[in-house]
Design a protein around this ligand. Structure first.
Ligand code: BG6
Length: 474
């Protein structure tokens, strides 16, 4: 199997990290709009929040982000210049339904995405749309507790219906939720969940996850009814869990970490709760309330493809080990002594991508799509305006080689790769601007100050050649 000419090379972003324009043209407040940068951020994204107001003394990165709202034409022209075949973006729910519970959508919000999709169409770029990427209407967080409540399914489906109908001529690929497994690690950021002291957090998270899983299945059903061409994919934060040693205790714990992540995909792809999860719920006293037809909904409407983000592998040591910990996409794991780390302490493991691709394909046997992979790093603009991000080129090049080997030598079925990120955006976990991921540099700092001018990095020209040669140039 070689890389097909139709392979979807591209880049990705999310509305809350990229768009800005948080109060423009009728947009309502969303969950991430009240998450400041700085020391409070980490607790808030994990659900420790009781005050939903905006503090004028703090900086909120989503409010302006990198202002895609006013730069979309310029940015899409740059993506087209790189040769993107696909662009993964997310919808800001509150641009369409400002509070989440209105009867009719906000026309200005619909117009904005239509304009974006028209630009994509003009350049022959296939949009891949994440319906909810770390995004819930703040009004629904405050009134019904967001995904804690089953009512959220109806509001979400109302959004889906508008999107599937209105953008029928523009979009064929949809991802109902970004990194659905992140609900366990960053529940406010991922799903708008908050906790007060005496609540059973695990119970709440799995109940909310059940609502998302049912919503995802019903969205799949609806998408196909509205347009049989629609293809729906689940999306999870991937990265295989390696045992820290061959001690069976480490191997066991690593397997449990993998199961915790695969749980979501097992339901979305295989259409039922896996036995290991049901048993674990029983042992822990977690009671997920389900309605009578939930099981048949999950069984009848599985996803068409599996998409995931991959930044790093994880390394798991059993509780009684004294292994050193390291960072990694919101999961702190044991430090893998064989791997270098990024400036933010995330392990760098290209072979881990090949391992993950093989494991995911073995498990589900469905087409796959890598929708996030990239390096967060500090970039410097030289006096002549050049940005020599060879570290990013190295990271991406090694990962793309591993991906190509998985396709050509291992036979995994992968139909696209959208790097994170198409353009510099605000970091989700830290809220920093200086943790840059893009091929396009944006002149803005951690306080939202700057000209917001766009500059091409060296990786821009490199990726352009990779796409043009359909990977030969790596
Ligand atoms: C993924 C998210 O978890 O990782 C993105 O889907 C995020 O939204 C990306 O930006 C990188 O993480 P961070 O925290 O460095 O921005």
């Amino acid at each position: 199997m070689a890389i097909s000419k139709e392979f979807l090379w591209g880049g990705a972003t999310s509305a809350n990290q990229y768009e800005g324009g948080y109060q423009e043209d009728g947009r309502g407040l969303s969950s991430m709009d009240i998450v400041p940068a700085g020391s409070k951020r980490s607790d808030i994204i994990r659900g420790k929040i009781s005050d939903f107001s905006i503090d004028p003394n703090l900086y909120y990165p989503t409010h302006k982000a990198v202002d895609f709202y006013h730069h979309y034409k310029e940015d899409l022209a740059l993506f087209a210049e790189m040769g993107f075949k696909a662009y993964r973006l997310s919808i800001s729910w509150t641009r369409i339904f400002p509070n989440g519970d209105e009867e009719t959508p906000n026309q200005a919000g619909l117009d904005f995405y239509e304009a974006v999709f028209k630009e994509c169409q003009r350049y022959g770029i296939q949009p891949i749309v994440t319906i909810s990427h770390f995004d819930a209407p703040l009004h629904l967080v405050q009134t019904i507790g967001s995904w804690k409540s089953r009512q959220m399914i109806d509001y979400y489906l109302k959004l889906c219906k508008v999107l599937f109908t209105y953008y029928k001529d523009y979009v064929d690929y949809w991802l109902p939720f970004n990194e659905i497994n992140m609900i366990l690690h960053a529940p406010f950021m991922a799903a708008g969940l908050t906790f007060n002291g005496d609540e059973d957090e695990e119970q709440i998270k799995y109940q909310a996850a059940h609502h998302e899983l049912v919503a995802s299945a019903l969205a799949t059903k609806m998408a196909k009814e509205i347009n049989p061409k629609n293809k729906i994919g689940c999306m999870f934060a991937a990265g295989s869990a390696y045992p820290f040693s061959c001690n069976p205790k480490d191997v066991w714990d690593a397997m449990k970490v993998d199961q915790e992540n695969y749980f979501f995909v097992d339901v979305q792809s295989r259409g039922k709760y896996p036995n290991y999860a049901l048993k674990e719920f029983q042992c822990k006293g977690i009671e997920v309330v389900m309605q009578e037809d939930d099981a048949s909904i999950l069984a009848e409407y599985p996803v068409d493809f599996i998409s995931f983000s991959y930044y790093n592998s994880r390394c798991i040591a059993s509780k009684d080990s004294d292994a050193e910990l390291t960072d990694g996409n919101l999961f702190a794991t044991a430090k893998n002594p064989y791997l270098e780390t990024s400036e933010w302490g995330w392990p760098i493991d290209p072979l881990g991508l090949r391992i993950t691709l093989n494991q995911v394909y073995d498990r589900y046997q469905k087409p796959m799509l890598i929708v996030e992979n990239g390096l967060g790093a500090v970039d410097t603009v030289n006096e002549d305006g050049q940005i020599k991000d060879h570290y990013r080129i190295n990271y991406l090049s090694e990962h793309i080689k591993a991906m190509v080997a998985a396709i050509e030598e291992d036979g995994v079925d992968l139909f696209g790769y959208t790097a994170w990120a198409a353009c510099d955006i605000v970091s989700a976990s830290s809220g920093e601007m200086k943790k840059r991921y893009g091929f396009v540099y944006v002149d803005a700092d951690d306080q939202g100050q700057g000209s917001f001018k766009r500059l091409k990095k060296d990786s821009f020209y490199w990726y352009q050649k990779v796409i043009e040669s359909n990977r030969d140039f790596i």
